[in-house]
Design a protein around this ligand. Sequence first.
Ligand code: X2X
Length: 333
Amino acid sequence: RRSVLGVLASASAASMIGAPVVARAAEIELRYGNNLPSTHPLNIRAQQAADQVRDKTNGRVEIKIFPNNQLGGDTDMLSQVRNGGITFFTPSALVIATLVPVAAINAVGFAFADYDQVWRAMDGGLGAHVRAAIAKVNLHAFEKIWDNGFRQMTSSSKPIESAKDMAGLKIRVPVSPLSLSMFKALDSAPASLQFSEVYTSLQTRIVDAQENPVSIIQVAKLYEVQKFCALTNHIWDGFWFVANGRAWAGLPDDVKAVITEALNDAGMKQRDDVRRLNESVQAELQAKGLAFNKAAPDSFRAKLRDAGFYKEWKERFGAEAWGLLEKEVGVLA
Ligand code: X2X
């Protein structure tokens, strides 16, 4: 019969000679899907947040990230986060607007002039208004919206210099009612496609143009299938970090507090990353052959106004939300 000490000695010996230590499966495993390449700051910072949650819960909680449309396109992931198939998703405000129409309000064409206006609105009354609307469809939106950036227009056959160049242009837009409305008002021929289909649709000339922040153009290698980039800043776009409402409510309060702190902190760092990237990446894209031109907003704004775009969306969003937007950006319509 081996003494107790003998058993302990052999156990410690086994651990010292590198016997495989089986990692204990986390007690709470949560899945997070998104539509961006793993190199985008959104995924870099989300992974850091997941690491922080694991460390602060001593391994109890693991957030597993599925980037780059691994779980399907935006439409698939939106239904998965609604039915609980995944716990977290980061839809663009444009995309979640298919479910929560008022969420598209930050994407009103040429509304924001700069980031000071954006964050005053999104971290203030307008953001709170949209988060309350998201809660009504049983999704929990974290307070700090993540940044996608100011969207620019790219094309393959000719540069976009002013609104007249939009006539008949076959341009891809995200699956979002406001995007379709805006680009129809500009007299172009918009096609709603999920982000997972953009590269091949440009490559096969199903569409000749698309619009995205330059950081997305970089990480998704859209410069390989586009020749021109008009710096229009026509929409500021953000990613709401949302959780399935039932799954979120079912988590222990201490776990919710750790996740909330980690995601909001990560979101603030991601905003800095995207802003720096959007300021620095143009030189890299030019070196890869993308030709840039500045496109003044005046002709585009006038076209939207004449087409009744601002009037229509003021009515669709309602006086309260529109007032919260105009409080930060001035009178739009
Ligand atoms: O689909 C897009 O264009 C993207 C990546 O910007 C969004 O998620 C809206």
